[in-house]
Design a protein around this ligand. Sequence first.
Ligand code: CA
Ligand code: CA
Length: 571
Amino acid sequence: MSESFKVCFCCSRNFKEKTRQPPVSIKRLFEAYSRNGKMSSEELLRFVSEVQGERHAGLDYAQDIFHSVKHHNVFHHHGLFDLNAFYRYLFSDPNSPLPLPGLVHHDMKAPLAHYFVYTGHTSYLTGNQVNSRSSVEPIVQALRKGVKVIELDLWPNPSGNAAEVRHGGTLTSHEDLQKCLSAIKDNAFHVSDYPVMITLEDHLPPKLQGQVAKMLTKTFREMLFRCGSESRKHFPSPEELRKKILISTKPPKEYLESQTVQPTRTTPMVKETSWSRPASSNNMAWRAENKILEELESEAVGYRDLIAIHAANCKNPLKDCLSDDPEKPLRISMDEQWLETMVRTRGTDVVRFTQRNLVRIYPKGTRVDSSNYDPLVGWTHGAQLVAFNMQGHGKQLWIMQGMFRANGGCGYVKKPRILLEHTLFDPCKRFPIKTTLKVKIYTGEGWELDFPQTHFDQYSPPDFFVKIGIEGVPRDTVSYRTETAVDQWFPIWTNDEFLFQLSVPELALLWFKVQDYDNDTQNDFAGQTCLPLSELKSGVRAVRLHDRAGRAYKNTRLLVGFAFDPPYMFR
Ligand SMILES: [Ca+2]
Ligand SMILES: [Ca+2]
């Protein structure tokens, strides 16, 4: 059998059709655990225990594997696997390198500040930050992928009588606030029951804040979490907050204060807001204005009571935004550049602050194309809410998606112990190597089913190579690539084993990007994925690949071997 590519209307090039053939090293593995070309369930169990590292597996587990491969219509009978059936099992979903989706296995009873949370930035935008359309659709999509923090920017509408969702100061369109809130309500717990936080960037006068408070109350009712008056040294846990919606924004009082002229000792306390007239030294005028202000403030009281997590901005260079209130944890917000400046001199202070308070990082203003930034700067310093443009498809987003594949994909990942210890963690310090991750990329398959014949090359089968790397603390971050498997739909990379020396394995993620090599044009994208090392299973595993947006391909997978030497206890 050969595969033919049309070169012109009268001639074509023929290639020997590559069939799905297990690489030699996989055949040897099969031979080591079988007799006369047949593997019994006892032998499969020995393979699962010795090679796949699943030491607690029993015979029923091996039986389940036999059962799961049945659907592939491959030859196995009387409980015996031949090489082909064994190969199908290796490529099957149950042989994933991560625990099954939906399986929450981290401790969920620690305070919120002890988790990384899947966080969106300008969650209502469909495209760029300048003139794209606002819609509820990206909010729905994000929540259905496990995102647990949704950001809404609130502005008065043109007539000033209602709030609308809009990226202020840009040409983006607006979306109806009630539609956004209803979409959040309907999709908040699609992936897991753990709480959804709404971060409001609000630019509203008190009158509209009062209106928004009514909308929030009416929409979410008993779902809204109110912290009440008691003081809390720590945030509640995700477990306590199951099925709850948390509102986080600056309290109106602080908003009003941020708009005021600072009073001096000789003048009475006069507040000037953007919607009241300028202060006057005239006593009558002052009284009148103060009365208006009180009324306005009372409008906002309902709103203030709904704020479960008080937010503060980290924009004033003179104010120490890392000085926290021992009686009340809070959330601060800073952009990626501010964080980079901060960690250069005060990295361990940031880590200390994040042990009890929430830190939200957002993309710098110049990322108008909705691109993203390196999330590891925030994570390695304990920042929980690394806010991303979920429409900004690229390597940084793939790493973000990789992080939140952990813990069953529930949107909350427990921070490693090192970030919560009394001795403050410094990611820039050179720690000794704790373990070496060995990765062997054997082969891949599925492109022939997920892509048209001429998708990669017009005149020949694709030429795949894999880039592979670690993202983690600076010392551990490194990348390599395999050789190119020329003209093969089922590429076999024979000599590609990679060693990753890890000083902080608990904060490391392993990423893969497959490309089709092109001599004279840009290489074609052929799949990507990212895996949190703390959950990685050892052995020979089927690694599912995803498209640029992070949607899993139906068939395309790599077959990869993983081993930690020495074994490492992550939790
Ligand atoms: Ca190509
Ligand atoms: Ca080719």
